[in-house]
Design a protein around this ligand. Structure first.
Ligand code: 13P
Ligand code: SF4
Length: 367
């Protein structure tokens, strides 16, 4: 769904919800949850606001949430507290009888919007002319269902930040080269971890429709789509240098959506789940600077008062689209559900369903 469709289909929150107190909103959500019991499953990504996260029946990173959706057979309604591509993934992995709802349709992901299917098809045609049938497409789950379907029909698969390494290893058993969409940083960081030199990676620029490299084509093994996460690009090597100088005993852990420079200068990198587990198991008294979304960093700091936990970028903002899901929208979505109205249901188009599911299944079979 493009931005125009989203704005057209997205309904505006009635004023009454802004006038309710936090206690009233919480009480009403609790009542809906009690009444619906096992018919309702609320899934929450780690980047959600605490006011919403507290109600999630299950929480996780994007891989865990996809696995949870795939396993869920009982719930009729899945209210997804996360972003659009995650809700689409849940829709693909659940049955026809189950309905996935996103409390605010404007909760998209700017990175997912950076790879449009028409640009991708054109790029594929050009790349086939350059490299022949030697490329396997892989897409980060942070992508539209149409891009997942594109990967599915071309033999490829989806990846998440917690299984990217495993999926790239698999991809190289299938073809000589890979096209990684839409996050150039996760693609570059993972390929580098597998020992592929930076010179063997080229960037496909969807605006100019050109491959950015100064290497002979036969040297290229990884083609990175020129997309990025605007939240994670805000962590820089300067932030790391500042901390190394002023807080030499602080460990730095970042998400692999950060730029390559940041990842190689940090002490460790991994998915949101990996970051949480690493900090949870660290000794009391240790100090951590974390390069990921603010809601998660703040939650980690609150949950571990025995450790010092700060954001790697002191002026960091939360992911604005994740933050669209607030307690008011959640309450509104459940109120509507109680009236039998499906507000903002997420349904992947039939033309993409089968092939997108194939790409997801290839990942889940190996995750
Ligand atoms: P995870 O796969 O680590 O949950 O990350 C998803 C995401 O959108 C990070 O920006
Ligand atoms: Fe998308 Fe970045 Fe927000 Fe993750 S943090 S949902 S990649 S915009």
């Amino acid at each position: 769904m493009n931005v125009f469709d989203t704005l057209q289909q997205s309904k505006k929150l009635p004023d009454v919800y802004r006038q309710m107190t936090r206690v009233e909103l919480e009480e009403r959500i609790r009542q809906h949850k009690e009444r619906l019991g096992k018919k309702l499953l609320m899934l929450g990504h780690h980047y959600q606001r605490d006011e919403v996260f507290q109600f999630a029946d299950q929480t996780g990173d994007s891989l865990q949430l996809a696995q949870m959706a795939a396993k869920e057979k009982e719930a009729q309604f899945i209210v997804f507290c996360g972003v659009h591509f995650m809700a689409e993934t849940a829709d693909l992995l659940t049955s026809e009888e189950q309905t996935v709802l996103l409390p605010d349709l404007r909760a998209g992901c700017s990175m997912a919007d950076m790879a449009d299917i028409h640009q991708t098809e054109r790029a594929w045609e050009r790349l086939q002319l350059m490299f022949g049938d030697t490329i396997l497409p892989l897409t980060y789950v942070n992508s539209t269902a149409a891009i997942k379907a594109f990967c599915g029909r071309n033999g490829g698969a989806t990846v998440t930040s917690s299984n990217a390494k495993k999926m790239l290893e698999w991809a190289f058993t299938q073809k000589e080269r890979l096209l990684f969409l839409p996050d150039q940083h996760l693609g570059r960081n993972t390929a580098y971890e597998l020992g592929i030199p930076l010179e063997a990676m080229a960037v496909w620029n969807p605006e100019t429709e050109r491959l950015e490299t100064d290497q002979p084509l036969e040297n290229i093994r990884v083609i990175l789509w020129k997309g990025h996460c605007s939240v994670h690009e805000k962590f820089t090597v300067k932030h790391i240098e500042h901390l190394r100088k002023n807080e030499p005993d602080m460990s730095i852990i970042v998400h692999p959506e950060c730029t390559h420079d940041v990842v190689i200068h940090a002490d460790d990198a991994g998915s949101t789940h990996y970051i949480i587990k690493t900090i949870e198991s660290a000794d009391s008294g240790t100090k951590w600077a974390v390069g990921t979304e603010m809601n998660l960093v703040n939650r980690l700091a609150n949950e571990h008062p025995d450790k010092e936990i700060v954001s790697l970028n002191p002026t960091m903002c939360p992911c604005l689209t994740m933050n669209r899901i607030d307690i008011e929208h959640l309450c509104w979505s459940l109120d509507q559900l109680a009236e039998g109205i499906f507000q903002h249901p997420i349904k992947v188009e039939d033309k993409d369903r089968g092939q997108a599911l194939l790409a997801l299944q290839r990942m889940l079979d190996r995750a």
